[in-house]
Design a protein around this ligand. Sequence first.
Ligand SMILES: [Fe+2]
Length: 259
Amino acid sequence: METTFDAQEVNARLRAHLETWLTPDTHFDLYSRFHRDGFVKVRDIVPDTIRAAIHADVLDLLEKNAERRDLLLATTGHTPRFMSVVRSELIAEQSPLINAVYLSAPLLAALARIAGEELFACPQADEEFLITSQNRKGDTHGWHWGDFSFALIWIIDAPPLDIGGMLQCVPHTVWNKSAPRIHQYLCDNPISTYGFVLGDLYLLRTDTTLHRTVPLTEDARRVILNMTWASAKDLRSGPDGNDRWWEDGTVGAASTVRD
Ligand SMILES: [Fe+2]
């Protein structure tokens, strides 16, 4: 795939940008929000040149590799996954740029300062990256947690707020795959809702933040790129459950709908 920058150029641009972006005051603000909310917008963590190049790669990958998923997942209380995806391995194979950003030491250092702990490349090759595209009325990524602790989400396309696609979060919650108790969490906790515009980025504490996207009320396009990293704790435990639906829509925990 044609990309604008090689890994060396990506690192040079990110290093120069992040040296001036993450001031002590910005760090204090982002660190505090992230630990309070499990979520923080970091739109300006990358320069516009990198953002534009990533967007171009994602849209190209989507056009060539999209696979539809329409299923309910048992390990999250049968919440829906109605969307198209591009699987991690295909992204890794076809976009040197996305790989370079994912492995960029200056970016990982900035994310680690916001998170307050080190981020590690994901030990599961099928979970480093995911592109999702919601484009039909009713499309949603239902309530869930992540197997690994950190996700940086790039908003590649976003519908107007009236149509949906916002992120909703319940931080400081725990995923028990055999008893997810999602409705109990929703009854017992406030739910925060975040809207986005094209070009936004956010960092999410995915292992302890129950989250979903609001279903689209009409046909419209919502596209994201997800980059996932592990915490030291994740590397010690490893994931469980036959529920890797993005890799295979027929996994044990999935039941297919909308045939
Ligand atoms: Fe998620």
